[in-house]
Design a protein around this ligand. Structure first.
Ligand SMILES: [Zn+2]
Length: 528
């Protein structure tokens, strides 16, 4: 007897093939059968007439490692159909922890850390913590270059010595042995920004030995986009491992359209025999820490050194001077396109949800001065949203067959406050609603493939992301006429529309749009 029999579904199976109608049986956490199963017995039967069943969505790009311990039900993610999250992106992972440098690590992650206990050292320790909380989704981990570099060199702006390289290699090896899927880097952030390509090749080579891949928030997504894509491809080629280009985009009006070239670089690299994929969130705005607007030298030594520089009038003047001439100084962000999305509790909290230009007007300053003022007062714990991309680019990237859908968001819950980027609540359902149903940029079957079997292939988990007998029963059921995003920039804490049921490892985690409380998520480990 089956555990659950889903009847009369329109099945979009994750391959990209045209949908078909049938039944799906689940037993012991796996898909037991697909087809016409009406006569078979099951403990529970759900009729899905009028609804689509697809594989659960696999999000290759989240930062939920910093929020899951507080929000293990993953409400923002699971309610849009996400059943597996890959964490540890952009060089940020919560391990390895070296106690003497824990304060630096906390400052590094301050803009996203939802209040972690930091009572672990390694991926293995952190996995045990995740296994002790009621996870609603599966979690797969990566080890972040930035965290590894802090553990060995702090925030120093120089090349590592040979001893330091081997210490970093050991940390990467330990994480890979503990089950990391990949090594990630974030080359616009300190300390990742201080590294040269050779350092990345050395560390990615360690991940390669274990069958991992390299995912990169590349060194620039604006003026230097193409060089930065080239660097990531070089790392993949020299370290001999697959490359995942994170949140692919072109920032800044004068760079719009460059993605035609960057996508053809991906194609050329694939044609030469290299395994390169990218991922994307379906918005024309990005989000990161406000400190990322600063010249890298001004953040050297970490956040406390940054605050000290901002409080010294002469140094602050120099920083302001560079920000006033962003192009000449190789700076990526246009401060007039920035909205402040979250600020710690205090007198500046009122600026949440406002554009930097509006804040500047209230303060009687320029946007650059307002940004420096906020950074000096809030020690880096500020998130921003940057309205920096072109809709035509978003569509072109989305249509590319080697691009997966991924959120760059994290597990949130309405009580978590602030005005975070709506991608944490809306990425998958926005693609299904706006880009599939309304604007027909993608076929439904192609969109689902980019959310399921394509990211599963990147993880090397061929038993995920497909509706096939024997595959893991991670499934989502949605109404194709109603599915969509409700989360907005001004009112982000809104759940997805039209997602009826979400099944993780064979258990209903969301049933009729309600959290069942089922503890169904697992920590996935590479090669196990
Ligand atoms: Zn990133």
């Amino acid at each position: 007897m089956y555990d659950i029999l889903f009847k009369n579904a329109r099945i979009v199976d994750g391959t990209g093939n045209p949908s078909f109608y049938g039944d799906v049986a689940v037993e012991a956490g796996r898909i037991a059968a697909v087809g016409k199963l009406a006569e078979r017995e099951a403990h529970r039967t759900l009729d899905l007439a009028g609804l689509v069943m697809s594989p659960g969505f696999i999000d290759l790009h989240t930062h939920s490692d910093f929020t899951l311990p507080l929000f293990p039900r993953a409400a923002s993610m699971v309610r849009q159909g996400v059943t597996t999250q890959l964490v540890g992106n952009c060089g940020f992972s919560p391990f390895p922890v070296v106690p003497e440098r824990l304060d630096m690590l906390k400052a590094y992650a301050a803009f996203i850390d939802a209040g972690l206990s930091w009572e672990w050292r390694s991926l293995g320790d952190f996995a045990r913590l995740l296994e002790s909380i009621p996870l609603a989704t599966n979690v797969a981990m990566q080890v972040g270059h930035g965290t590894v570099r802090i553990a060995v060199m702090g925030f120093e702006n120089r090349d590592p010595t040979l001893t330091e390289v081997s210490a970093m290699e050991n940390f990467v090896a330990q994480a890979m042995e503990d089950g990391a899927f990949a090594f990630s880097s974030g080359l616009i952030y300190v300390p990742g920004i201080y590294s040269q390509t050779a350092e990345l090749v050395a560390l990615a080579s360690v991940a390669a030995k274990y069958g991992g891949f390299y995912s990169s928030h590349i060194r620039g997504e604006g003026d230097t986009l193409l060089d930065a894509v080239g660097e990531a491809l070089t790392v993949g080629r020299e370290a001999k491992l697959p490359v995942q280009l994170s949140h692919h985009k072109a920032n800044g009006k004068k760079n719009w359209g460059k993605i035609t070239t960057s996508l053809s670089m991906i194609d050329a690299s694939r044609e030469a025999g290299h395994d390169v994929l990218a991922d994307q969130y379906p918005y024309t705005a990005g989000s990161t820490t406000l400190a990322a607007v600063l010249p890298s030298w001004s953040v050297e030594g970490g956040i406390s050194s940054m605050v000290a520089r901002l409080n010294d009038p002469e140094t602050r003047g120099r920083i302001k001077g560079e920000l006033d001439e962003p192009e000449e100084n190789g700076l990526e962000f246009d401060l007039t396109t920035i909205m402040i999305s979250s600020i710690p509790e205090g007198p500046n909290k009122k600026f949440e949800g406002q554009m930097l230009t509006a804040i500047a007007e209230q303060k009687g300053m320029t946007p650059v001065e307002a940004a420096l003022d906020l950074l000096a007062n809030e020690s880096g714990g500020i998130q921003m949203i940057t309205f920096s991309m072109d809709e035509a680019d978003v569509r072109q990237v989305m249509r590319h067959p080697a691009v997966a859908v991924a959120s760059d968001g994290w597990t949130l819950s309405p009580e978590s406050g602030g005005r975070p980027h709506p991608r944490s609540y809306g990425t998958y359902v926005r693609v299904l609603g706006k880009y599939v149903r309304e604007e027909k940029v993608l076929r439904l079957e192609d969109a689902v493939r980019k959310m399921s079997s394509l990211p599963a292939q990147r993880l090397g988990r061929y038993d995920l992301g497909l509706i096939r007998p024997g595959c893991v029963a991670d499934l989502v059921v949605f109404d194709p006429d109603k599915v969509g995003d409700r989360s907005t920039f001004q009112n982000p804490h809104q759940y997805a529309a039209g997602v009826h049921h979400v099944i993780v490892n064979g258990q209903l985690v969301i049933e009729n749009e309600t959290d069942t409380g089922a503890v169904a998520g697992k920590v996935l480990r590479r090669g196990r």
